[in-house]
Design a protein around this ligand. Sequence first.
Ligand code: UGA
Length: 442
Amino acid sequence: VEADRMRVSVIGTGYLGATTAACLAEMGFEVLGLDVDKAKIDTLRAGSVPFYEPGLDELLERNLQAGRLGFTTSFAEAAAFADLHLICVGTPQQEGSGAADLRYVNSAVDQLAPHLTRPSVVVGRSTVPVGTAATLAARLAALAPVGEEAELGWSPEFLREGFGVEDTLHPNRIVLGTDSPRVEKAVRSLWQQQIDEGVPFLLTDLQTAELVKVAANAFLATKISFINAMAEVSEVAGADVIQLAEALSYDDRIGGKFLGPGLGFGGGCLPKDIRAFMARADELGVEPALSFLREVDAINQRRRARTIDIARQLIGGNFAGSTVAVLGAAFKPNSDDIRDSPALDVAATIASLGARVTVYDPQALERARQEHPELNYADSMLAAAAGADVVLLLTEWQEFREANPEALGEVVADKRIVDGRNALDPTFWRSAGWTYRALGRQ
Ligand code: UGA
């Protein structure tokens, strides 16, 4: 099949799948997105993105109109349509063990396979425990009418929410686990433009490809927790973690990215991926190799407790009967994702301690309201801060970075702020009369 004629199905139209589908259509492929959630498919068909991702709505609309992009709930239709199937379903965390829940990847293969009556390539992009792909490959061949001619490879994605379009169109590497020339050829044609632009293409076995993804996320989580551990030490030793991080960053072996101290990591990926990775290491009998990730997780959780302590201290030692403003609900800026959001976790804990908590977020209010009906919500930063005993900045949206301390000072009784993301200039805020506290600094 010629590259520009290749038809692709994208199974699962959540954050990863919808972004992938729209980007591949933008690159010129004919794409069919599939989801078992009819409501999601109807929304996408109507040209709207069911979550907030900068730039994605435009891409979706343009490619729907151009007729290069369609959506369905039918596996039979996807099988008839495409030569290449990309599995982009979620692998959430299981209660208890922390292991990855593979029901959606398993079900994608089980539902697609019986319709594969001609040679087909299936490539997984979801984050899975090492060893999953080999099992799925066997399952695919066993269930498909074409048997061994239904081949499976693994090609993990590395998209960041908020930069999904950019990261898909301009990835920093493409990794493919397969030993099949046919799978390799299909995936190379998919990313030919990127490969021509110099993006490295790494061909590996299935296990290595699966591991690259979890190893990358484990490394990123470790880097964040490392600097947050330094913040803990700095707080008691009288040092300044921001200056420390800056000084470390000039060593290009260390680098400055993901070295931002603060409330720590959350979201649908980093926390669950390190837990699933530990659970998998356990199953493989190499638990000690990853036991440091338990510390990474613990350091991350302690930052939330520390943020709450600082706020409590600031208002005199007790939350009962107090009024608290929380700026930020999304797990990070430029996203409306609240999965394992450090901001909402802190807000909910403070509310459970007896404070009246009012939250504002530029994009995630709707989702936050559904998940945490016990909190109060305001539709602006000033409205959230009105009358607050303390203001907590917990997600570093640009709007908060640019907040005017004078204007905010006019709506509060006592000017107290906890900068949970080290996003503000302490000197600027202090000179406007605020008691400013941050993590890792004096
Ligand atoms: C992460 C990875 O960065 C992506 O490469 C990966 O593809 C994705 O998970 C995934 O597995 O699908 P994402 O969850 O969108 O992407 O968010 P990040 O930008 O990595 O941020 C994660 C968390 O770390 C956020 O809560 C952020 O506030 C926090 N963080 C980040 C810090 O606390 N400090 C930093 O210096 C950087």
